[in-house]
Design a protein around this ligand. Structure first.
Ligand SMILES: [Zn+2]
Length: 364
């Protein structure tokens, strides 16, 4: 599924196009601004501009543009926080493969994604992959672009000075055909050595009519029955509600629905475990996929812990010691499941095991 069109940021886009036309677009940029405001979408738009073959950039129709929009352009590397690879030290090639796989996952949902969890970061092998990408000859376009989303999540580790220095060198002196675009909603957390090597550009909130246009666009995609990718995404009921939630940051519309969804999902886990209904348990486990699967699943587990702690309290008040013990033991199970979820295991499998173990403890 191609990336959703970009909504808003017109003035800034005009300025960036102007700079490029005057050959004054810095090769190392930092787009900073409030969370969920569309900085990475803007960075991908700029990547499309930089790779586009047409005079009227970005044309949206040339092979370069189409590949960027499909997140499948060999000269574009889009890096963002991920869980650490299971193997301690993977090669830059393996890191690049992981990133390509993660991008392909995002491409299935129009490039939309959840806010990364606290466990996700940009690890050293990925930074090595970026440095490697920069020195290669462009595969298809005349240039290469590296987008580093949430760049403040870059994790410096001991013994990794070489990789960190290579990355700093890339920012300071990118090859003539390479542009590096960092984004961050906490630019203060970036190392000063990084900040001093990039030109900072502030990204402002988008106007309300951009929020509403985005909403219309998503509604029209969802009304296409053939299109299953957005199943499970709940949208605000009215334009007024959407504008209120977003306040200029379209991505917040996705965050707010995922919180409500995880609490509802946690309640369903408990209900199914109580009833010991194997068939419903299986379909509930299988539904832990699709839209923002892993982030949504760990959010569900967090909501499940809150819900179970409530149940312990209620059971104790009612003098039901057996139920209180069962719910307390279930909290431990969910904590273990969380560890497994962060360890890159399959959410569907973890959910299936969790529900059957919870049934043993909670069945009434
Ligand atoms: Zn084009």
């Amino acid at each position: 599924m191609p990336l959703l069109p970009i909504f808003g940021h017109e003035a800034l886009r005009g300025r960036l196009l102007d700079s490029l036309a005057h050959n004054s677009l810095p090769q190392s940029l930092l787009l900073h601004g409030a969370p969920r405001i569309g900085k990475q979408r803007l960075a991908l738009w700029l990547a499309q501009v930089l790779l586009c073959d047409s005079d009227d950039k970005p044309c949206g129709a040339c092979p370069q543009c189409r590949k960027v929009l499909d997140l499948n352009h060999k000269d574009l590397l889009w890096i963002f926080p991920q869980l650490r690879a299971k193997e301690a030290d993977i090669t830059p090639e393996e890191a690049a493969d992981n990133i390509a796989t993660a991008s392909a996952e995002r491409a299935k949902v129009f490039g939309l994604y959840d806010t990364p969890s606290g466990m996700e970061g940009i690890h050293i092998p990925v930074m090595r992959a970026a440095v490697k990408h920069a020195v290669m000859t462009p595969a298809l376009a005349k240039r290469k672009v590296i987008v580093v989303g949430d760049a403040d999540r870059m994790i410096a580790q001991e013994g990794s000075d070489q990789a960190a220095n290579a990355f700093l060198k890339l920012l300071e002196e990118p090859p003539a055909d390479t542009f590096v675009i960092l984004t961050s909603s906490s630019p203060g957390k970036l190392l000063p050595t990084i900040r001093s090597r990039v030109v900072a550009v502030r990204v402002a909130p988008v106007p309300d009519d951009a929020v509403i246009s985005w909403l219309r666009h998503l509604e029209s995609l969802r009304s296409d029955k053939e299109n299953k990718a957005l199943k499970g995404v709940e949208l605000p009921q009215s334009d007024r509600e959407a504008v209120g939630i977003a306040s200029g940051a379209i991505g917040r519309l996705l965050d707010s629905q995922s919180r409500a969804a995880s609490s509802g999902m946690a309640k369903r886990f408990i209900e199914v475990a109580r009833k010991g209904d194997n068939q419903r348990a299986a379909s509930l486990a299988l539904s832990q996929t699709g839209w923002g699967a892993r982030g949504a699943f760990t959010d569900t587990l967090d909501a499940l812990i809150d819900e179970l702690i409530d149940q312990v309290r209620t059971a104790l008040e009612a003098g039901d010691d057996a139920m209180a013990r069962g719910a307390a033991a279930a909290v431990d199970l969910v904590e273990e499941a969380k560890t497994r979820a962060y360890g890159n295991n399959n959410p569907q499998l973890i959910a299936s095991n969790l529900i059957s173990e919870m049934t043993r403890l909670l069945r009434v």
